[in-house]
Design a protein around this ligand. Structure first.
Ligand code: PMP
Length: 441
């Protein structure tokens, strides 16, 4: 049965499908951090809907919210009408925003269902408001697959064949200490900030006048790279000075995952807009841009869509935000993530295939390198995508789902639910630590 489903999907689905290629299993039931497959295996899910499932799979309060909506006879599709469910979600979302940002009397724009829709909306909002077209975006960035978000993303493979991305994106260096484009290792953050500053001040710097700077406070797909707090503060200062809107993409890092409700909060910066999706929908598709109240210059209909959050997603999203807040899950994510990172560092210390264990909270990455490869000028060995794929496969073999990311697909990523139990965290450490040691030798 399992093989038949896998074979049929392989033959009939788009060749662009990704996760299904390596999962090789058919999930049929799920609860918390566990996925049960059609052939009776139970997998510990550290991908969790690509970072969507803050409360894990099928949390009782999320399921309860769906049942309540269905029992009430609510309109499942309500366009952008005001409904009690949207009212409730709006209240929860506003309450979940950082206090300093709340003081700007933010507005919420409900977008199409995916993170990429919210990125498009944020780009347009800033371009409309400033009358400028330029976008400042970073190396390693991932913002989505629609044209504007794709243009702002860094991955060349997905962009190269696509026409119409425009030329208004200026690519700036993200402070990725390990593989700093300036070759300065840990000093990269300072140099990156200085570079951005000088470039914007240079009338011959070639920068199309920017409407916005778009950044992830912790890059996800780019390989789990947290930006230093001081660097983020510098980006805020620079954008303020140039009248450029600072948009933080919290699609993956938001809703408690990194130890604070929003990843950028740690640096104490107040952005102009926050892009949110994934966890805010509590398993169902939902995407929202929150922006400073005084930026609300859009004409009615300036950015619309048929699907701007369905009633079910609003109910599951509100339920999720309530539980995250009530159960202090951001704190839990911070503590548990720090413990996992520390344990992995200890177990993998000195291993020649491990360049770095890094991340924030429950957004963690282990960057693998080729132990036989010659180190570059900074002493970092070449990326090891084949080893990373072998680690992912061996983890799966032992019942642990992990994903890869990073510039060369050689960072093993963990995005477990924030409700991961201590025992499950111990299993993650034991399996991943063991597998990396075994495969890397
Ligand atoms: N921004 C970030 C930071 C993301 O991680 C993602 C998805 N991985 C997106 C945007 C795009 O979201 P979606 O896939 O829902 O369009």
């Amino acid at each position: 049965h399992t093989d038949a489903i896998l074979d049929r999907q392989a033959a009939r689905e788009s060749s662009a499908r990704t996760y299904a290629r390596w999962l090789g299993a058919v999930p049929v039931r799920a609860r918390g951090a566990e996925l049960e497959t059609a052939d009776g295996r139970v997998l510990l899910d550290c991908l969790a809907g690509a970072g969507t499932l803050a409360l894990g799979h099928n949390h009782p309060e999320v399921v309860g919210a769906i049942e309540e909506v269905l029992a009430s006879g609510a309109p499942l599709h309500a366009l952008d009408f005001a409904t009690p469910w949207k009212d409730d979600l709006t209240t929860e979302l506003l309450a979940a925003l950082p206090e300093a940002f709340r003081r700007t009397r933010p507005r919420l724009h409900f977008c199409g269902p995916a993170g990429t829709d919210a990125v498009e909306a944020a780009i347009k909002l800033c371009q409309t408001g400033t009358g400028r077209q330029g976008i400042l975006a970073f190396t390693g960035a991932y913002h989505g697959m629609t044209l504007g978000a794709l243009a702002a993303s860094a991955g060349v493979a997905t962009k190269a064949p696509v026409a119409g991305l425009g030329t208004d994106v200026t690519r700036l260096p993200f402070p990725y200490a390990l593989r700093c484009p300036f070759g300065l290792g840990p000093h990269g953050a300072t140099v990156s900030a200085r570079y951005v500053e000088r470039l914007l001040d240079d009338p011959n710097g070639g920068v199309v006048p920017p409407a916005l700077m778009l950044l992830e406070a912790v890059q996800g797909e780019g390989g789990v790279v947290p930006a230093p707090d001081e660097w983020l503060r510098t980006m805020r200062r620079i954008t303020e000075r140039h009248g450029i809107r600072l948009v933080v993409d919290e699609v993956q890092s938001g809703v408690g995952r990194t130890g604070t409700m929003w990843a950028h909060e740690r640096a104490g910066i107040v952005p102009d807009a926050i892009v949110m999706s994934k966890a805010i929908g509590g398993s169902l598709p939902l995407a929202v841009v929150a922006y400073r109240g005084d930026l609300d210059g859009w004409a009615p209909g300036a950015h619309t869509g048929t699907f701007r959050g369905t009633t079910l997603a609003m109910a599951t999203g509100a339920a999720t935000l309530r539980v995250v807040r009530r159960d202090r899950l951001a704190e839990r994510a911070g503590r548990l993530g720090a413990w996992i990172a520390e344990e992995l560092r200890e177990r993998l210390a000195g291993h020649p295939a491990v360049a770095e264990v890094r991340g924030r909270g429950l957004m963690l990455g282990v960057e693998l390198v080729d132990p036989a490869g010659a180190p570059d000028g900074l002493g970092v060995r070449p990326a090891a995508p084949r080893l990373a794929a072998a680690v992912r496969a061996a983890c799966l073999e032992r019942g642990l789902i992990v994903e890869l990311g990073g510039r060369h697909d050689s960072v093993v990523r963990l995005l477990p639910p924030l409700v991961l139990s201590d025992a499950q965290a111990e299993r993650v450490v034991a399996v991943l630590g063991d597998v990396v040691r075994t495969e890397g030798d």
